[in-house]
Design a protein around this ligand. Structure first.
Ligand code: SF4
Length: 441
């Protein structure tokens, strides 16, 4: 039997999709195009309104295209709205949640036998699974769920409380991935700073990074998503000793007004967050910092927004993603008063994004003239309009969300290979991207 998997959502969801594929492949299923498949699996996202709509539309569209095929709606949306969907969405033949990915083979078999699946409920991750990531890069999910209770967030409702994997288990996955030729291990979880804290007083992230640092070879370990209220400072010691543990930090501050942060159920203040940034940059002058801001949270006044603009200026973040608030049922913020009109939230988001442009551009200028490693990614066919270009990423670029390194020339004999490292010199900046010359391997 053949399946086609249509993936949605964040990179944590992507790892779930990869693990589903691994289980199906081991059970004898074959990955195929939608046209050839017997079963279409939509791995949905249920995080915010727009993502929910996208996944639901995918089911409707696949059904319209293939009235006879079996369709399984999997992932966060299926977990969150299992009951409602099974009662109201006849276009899907079954629903499969996120609690036990290994049960996908049974769910797929049942659906083919025309048995309706409701939802299945800690998913195992192995280094042998198919990868949906960019060449040379893989996501390593070290925990599932979250014990933080940010008042706007539905993730704990969908994925439950924090469950961390063991360090030997994660290390084995990293080893297998490196043996497969993977050069970048992106360490992910809802909040990796909390790793292990469901069973211990302090974060076990430093211990995990120490273990990863004991692995041989040239690779990058990139940390994504550390909640700013419990940033484990000992990780800075490990990054100082081992440059393969990249000084790249994704710290979603969300806001800077003390009133809004408290309403979000966060303990920080602008002063505390600026002090954290100063500590990181003092210890690791090469540090690159990404963050996320949430605009239009209930009760956000012009004064609160001004506090965020002031923080943005002082924080001088390298990369910033902005979102407007999405009112999610079941969350604490759902019933909060002082709802901000969507137009106001969108205008605030636009202003923040406009102000970030010169900050990011100025920050990227500091790489000019440096010789760094680039992880080669792909060749872009420019057609008649110019030469074909190779794209890659430097340590300052997380996959898919930041800018890129554009290879504009270099060693004449060097033919880059996707998924490998090459040395390059940064020669110029083009918008947010950096132009680099290859210097060889
Ligand atoms: S840290 Fe907050 S925003 Fe992130 S997943 Fe946990 S509850 Fe949601």
């Amino acid at each position: 039997m053949r399946y086609f998997l249509d993936p949605f959502g964040c990179v944590k969801n992507q790892v779930d999709a990869e693990n589903m594929m691994s289980h199906l492949n081991k059970a004898g299923w074959e990955s195929a195009s939608a046209e050839e498949a017997d079963l279409i699996i939509i791995n949905s996202c249920g995080f915010i309104e727009s993502a929910k709509k996208e996944s639901i539309n995918a089911v409707l569209e696949w059904r319209k295209l293939y009235p006879e095929k079996k369709i399984l709606l999997a992932g966060c949306l299926a977990q969150r709205y299992a009951k409602e969907l099974s009662e109201s969405m006849p276009e899907a033949d079954g629903f499969f949640g996120v609690s036990n990915i290994a049960e996908i083979t049974q769910a797929a078999a049942d659906i083919i036998k025309s048995e309706k699946i409701k939802t299945a409920n800690a998913s195992l991750s192995t280094g042998e699974r198919p990868l949906l990531s960019l060449p040379g890069s893989a996501y390593v999910k070290i925990s599932e769920g979250c014990d933080n209770r940010c008042s706007f967030c539905a993730i704990p409702l969908i994925r439950g409380g924090l469950v961390s994997r063991t360090i030997p288990d994660i290390l084995e996955e990293c080893r297998v991935l490196l043996d497969r030729g993977i050069r970048e291990l992106c360490i992910i979880g809802q909040d990796i700073g909390s790793f292990g804290t469901e069973n211990a007083a302090a974060s076990k992230l430093p211990e995990l990074l120490d273990a990863i640092s004991s692995l041989k070879g040239n690779f990058w370990a990139r940390l994504l998503y550390i909640h700013p209220d419990h940033f484990p400072l000992p990780i800075l010691d490990i990054m100082e000793k081992d440059t393969r543990i990249l000084p790249y930090f994704d710290i979603p501050f969300q806001h800077a007004s003390a009133k809004i942060l408290a309403a979000m159920n966060r303990q920080g203040t602008a002063e505390k967050y600026l002090a954290l940034l100063e500590t990181i940059r003092d210890r690791l002058p090469r540090a690159v910092i990404r963050s996320t801001f949430l605009l239009g949270f209930p009760g956000e006044t012009e004064e609160d927004f001004a506090a965020l603009l002031d923080f943005q200026k002082k924080a001088a973040l390298d990369w910033l993603g902005c979102f407007t608030y999405s009112r999610e049922e079941g969350t604490e913020a759902f019933s909060m008063k002082g709802r901000v009109p969507a137009k106001t939230a969108a205008a605030r988001k636009q202003l923040i994004e406009e102000r970030q442009v010169p900050i990011t551009e100025k920050n990227m200028d500091r790489f000019a003239g440096l010789t760094l490693e680039v992880l080669i990614e792909e060749r872009i066919d420019c057609g008649d309009e110019g030469e074909n270009l190779w794209l890659g990423r430097l340590y300052c670029h997380a996959p898919e969300i930041d800018g890129a390194a554009v290879i504009v020339g270099g060693v004449a004999t060097a033919t880059p290979a996707a998924g490998t490292f090459a040395k390059c010199k940064v020669v110029a900046r083009r918008s947010f991207d950096l132009e680099v010359m290859l210097m060889g391997n």
